[in-house]
Design a protein around this ligand. Structure first.
Ligand code: NAD
Ligand code: TYD
Length: 341
């Protein structure tokens, strides 16, 4: 089988490339990635040595480039990770989120219609459901929870999901969608909470916690997410949405304190900063459907996953230090400069 993985030079897509090469060595993987600030070829260094893997630099919203690739490669499956993925950036500048996340999805699906595929899989997020209140721990997102978005990022992902379902209904495109909770693990770009805290704590720098740090996220180890996507794209029912999450809710403050404890760094590094506008309070996934239909269960407990993640960052300093020394530093100064003063 030939699989196009878009966004494979990013965090989850990169982990997914390695998951596929390891678990399905018979399949060919073609990574299509624009290499935005979030895409990093160093992540794919090992994969490049595998003859079953190929990298193509292109924008998913570039119709000519996408059609050319489909014409040449005739993929069986397309799995779309490519996206602008950071909520804070979407608040600063929504436009590229609409272009990549919505129009890019459309171009990919048009190519699937034109050249024929067995499955188009859309990697989506629990953020399309909006948020849940802190005082209702009995509530969870199910696949039938109404779409109710808060940020330009989540609105763009929800728009793409609706378009994917419309292409199924109208054009009979064989699609599936997974909506996952927050991931953590290796190759996570250090603008996101967990790698940001690890990298800054190691440098004894102030750790920006938004608001009171009470917001809750449902953390899932990235390999568990990859296993779930692999199952759904191969065996999930066409036209269906599957939620993915591991019942692993933690407040941001709990996460930050866990990392500080493991790194043996003082809690005095925590610095409360102005909250994110429209900040979602709590995400929590009910993963019953994927468990009942496909037998998926997360394998990694948070305590083990966070330890492995911290070890990975300790052992791969060059990977993230290269990022921090480049363009990202300008972004950090712009976003946090005044908030951390
Ligand atoms: P990321 O920002 O780390 O990586 C995104 C990748 O997409 C990068 O390699 C980037 O170069 C590429 N890309 C961006 N625009 C592109 C374009 N126009 N054409 C081609 N490539 C482009 O993102 P991530 O955290 O790995 O997220 C991957 C997917 O999973 C996204 O669709 C995101 O919405 C979804 N998701 C993420 C999480 C999470 O916790 N990170 C949770 C649920 C769902
Ligand atoms: P993030 O990693 O950006 O993921 P998302 O917003 O998609 O859930 O943020 C996770 C949580 O951490 C979120 O509640 C915002 C918070 N946060 C901070 O408190 N400080 C930070 O510097 C960042 C990046 C996030």
């Amino acid at each position: 089988m030939k699989i196009i993985v878009t966004g494979g030079a990013g965090f989850i897509g990169g982990n997914f490339v390695y998951y596929e090469l390891k678990n399905h060595p018979e399949d060919e993987i073609i990574c299509l990635d624009k290499l935005t600030y979030a895409g990093n070829l160093e992540t794919l260094e090992e994969a490049m040595k595998n003859p079953k893997f190929k990298f193509v630099k292109a924008d998913i919203a570039d119709r000519d480039a996408v059609y050319k690739l489909f014409r040449e490669e005739k993929p069986d499956i397309v799995v779309n990770f490519a996206a602008e993925s950071h909520v804070d950036r979407s608040i600063e500048n929504p436009e590229i989120f609409l272009k990549t996340n919505i129009l890019g999805t459309q171009v990919l699906m048009d190519a699937c219609r034109e050249f024929g595929i067995t499955r188009y899989h859309q990697v989506s997020t629990d953020e399309v459901y909006g948020d849940l209140p802190l005082d209702r721990p009995d509530l969870f997102f199910t696949e039938t929870t109404p779409i109710h978005t808060s940020s330009p990022y989540s609105a763009s992902k929800a728009s793409a999901d609706l378009l994917v379902l419309a292409y199924h209904r109208t054009f009979k495109l064989p699609v599936s969608i997974t909506r996952c909770s927050n991931n953590y693990g290796p190759y996570h770009f250090p603008e996101k909470l967990i790698p940001l805290i690890i990298s800054r704590a190691l440098a004894d720098e102030p750790l920006p916690v938004y608001g009171k740090g009470e917001n809750v996220r449902d953390w899932l180890y990235v390999e568990d997410h990859c296993a779930a996507i692999d199952l759904v794209m191969r065996k999930g029912r066409v036209g269906e949405v599957y939620n993915i999450g591991g019942h692993n809710e933690k407040s941001n403050l709990e996460v930050v304190k866990t990392i500080l404890k493991q790194l043996d760094k003082p809690e005095s590094l925590i610095t409360y900063v102005t909250d994110r506008p429209g900040h979602d309070m709590r995400y929590a996934i009910d993963p019953t459907k994927i468990h009942d239909e496909l037998g998926w269960l997360p394998q990694t407990k948070f305590e083990d996953g966070i330890r492995q993640t911290i070890d990975w960052y300790l052992n791969h300093k060059e990977w993230w230090q290269n990022i921090l020394s480049g363009d990202y530093q300008n972004y950090f100064d712009k976003m946090y400069g005044e908030r951390l003063d």
